[in-house]
Design a protein around this ligand. Sequence first.
Ligand code: AMP
Length: 120
Amino acid sequence: MNKLYDENNVFSKILRSEIPCNKILENECALSFSDINPQAPIHILIIPKNPYINFYDFSKNASIKEVELFWKLVNDVIEQVNLTTNGFRIISNCGHDGNQDVPHFHLHLLGGKNLGRMIN
Ligand code: AMP
């Protein structure tokens, strides 16, 4: 267990089924669900099931199996919600400068319209 990981964060509670989510897909190592405050017609979050704080923590410390199944789920979700043709954007906010609100690693998968320029 990473000592800096906050087990009270909202995604940790979702993983423990203490609060509900609108699940899209899951596998042994990762879970995807709708963002509660969507910023695009399609806005899905993909998270690992184990406690990693952010992209850096996950990439540095997750097992090969976790990394493989995490990215497999990302592609499975992309196919499930039909984003392969028109495209999408993936964002991962990390830390203070990335304005990360929830300290459990997650990707935002956004699509369903032209999303404009990357940063305003
Ligand atoms: P970030 O700023 O990258 O940490 O993004 C956190 C995201 O989590 C935001 O887009 C929120 O809308 C989303 N969020 C917060 N609580 C929930 C929840 N209970 N279910 C689904 N998404 C949530």
